[in-house]
Design a protein. Structure first.
Length: 363
């Protein structure tokens, strides 16, 4: 029987091209990445990662080594669902949610990558093979940029082929936020789609005023206007705000997504595989959304999410995130006429520059 022979965990701290800001996280100049590499007894390999803010990665790496590793080692790598469920059930008392789900995400992604490599199939085809072409948007992190720099970034995204753009909100006053949205809308015209992300900047009452003030700008959605777990408030905003809502990047369990959807609080469920426990639960959230007649979109980790969306018939948009790993991989995601193309390479198809990454490794 084929078994997992080796599991390796490595923690990196990676610099961003420039400091960026969001309402919830503040200003960020670096982020951490926990990488898992697995090898089976037949010599097949797979890798997966999860991304975190600085000073958070060490705890997740410890969970992988001390919690997940004991179950994964010697397991059958083809039984990914069993491995995921075993970790979840055995360690539920210590936390059904973060940081356990961040650790599980890296392990689960590595196992799926190994499976694809062993079979010679890309993940998107292994997971269902709906359509490798997925509509994409540029997920800019631009809250602290002055208007001139904000507009220059938007122009750069359009020039790169994007036909959908997301910008950040959460300035000290609603008037400032509205002025920035107005400037971007005038800059890109009516034919480029525009999303906004508040990163939990508002209370429900403030969010309702903001939604009403933003109606005139033909927004695809407002993302995370309030804290992620106030499902009844999301339902109120969705019913009265007049703009579709996207949410889910900070939900960690399928049960949370089920509750949000059941409350009627979301138009675009937005699971992040690095947050919700990996590819295995992400696909279940996509199916849950589909069963309720909702599309599914993504957050971050676009080189892997493109496969998941390409396997989902209810896919809406792929976020191409500002935290992209383009500097550390040999093959960047292809964007063509506003669409991302899932690669045909086996597994997730990412070929990391391990030598470059090693320079940012933490002990």
């Amino acid at each position: 029987m084929t078994t997992i022979k080796k599991l390796e965990t490595t923690l990196y701290r990676l610099p961003l091209p420039e400091p960026v800001g969001a309402a919830a996280a503040g200003v960020m100049s670096e982020f951490e990445m926990v990488m898992v590499r697995v090898t089976d007894s037949d010599g097949n390999e797979g890798c997966g990662y999860t991304a975190l803010m600085i000073n958070q990665g060490a705890a997740v790496a410890k969970i992988i080594d001390n919690v997940c590793g004991a179950i994964v080692k010697a397991a059958d790598p083809r039984q990914i669902e069993w491995i995921w469920s075993k970790i979840w059930k055995v360690h539920h008392y210590a936390g059904r949610g973060a940081p356990l789900t961040f650790a599980m995400a890296a392990v689960d992604t590595a196992l799926w990558d190994l499976r694809g490599n062993a079979l010679g199939e890309p993940l998107w085809r292994l997971l269902g093979g709906y359509n490798p072409t997925v509509r994409a948007y540029a997920g800019n992190i631009d809250l602290n940029f002055p208007i001139e720099k904000l507009l220059a970034g938007v122009s750069k995204s359009v020039d790169a082929g994007f036909r959908s753009i997301k910008m950040r909100l959460g300035k000290p006053t609603l008037r400032e936020d509205v002025a920035r949205v107005d400037a971007v809308r005038q800059h890109i015209g009516p034919d480029i789609e525009l999303m906004v992300d508040a990163n939990e900047a508002w209370r429900p009452d403030q969010a309702l005023r903001a939604l009403q003030a933003l109606r005139e700008f033909d927004l695809v959605w407002v993302e995370e206007p309030i804290r992620p777990d106030n499902f009844s408030a999301y339902a109120h905003l969705r019913a009265n705000g007049g703009i579709p809502l996207a949410a889910g990047e900070n939900l960690h369990t399928i049960a949370e997504f089920a509750a949000l959807i059941a409350a009627g609080g979301v138009d675009f469920p937005q699971p992040d595989l690095t947050t919700c426990g990996g590819i295995t639960p992400w696909i279940k959230v996509a199916h849950l959304a589909d069963a309720h007649g909702l599309p599914v979109t993504s957050h971050g980790a676009h080189d892997i999410h493109v496969h998941l969306l390409a396997a989902s018939p209810n896919n809406a948009y792929l976020e191409v995130h500002g935290f992209g790993l383009n500097s550390y991989i040999e093959n960047s995601l292809e964007i063509r006429d506003g669409y991302a193309i899932a690669p045909d390479r086996p597994g997730h198809g990412m070929e990391f520059n391990w030598e470059l990454l090693r320079t940012f490794q933490l002990d």
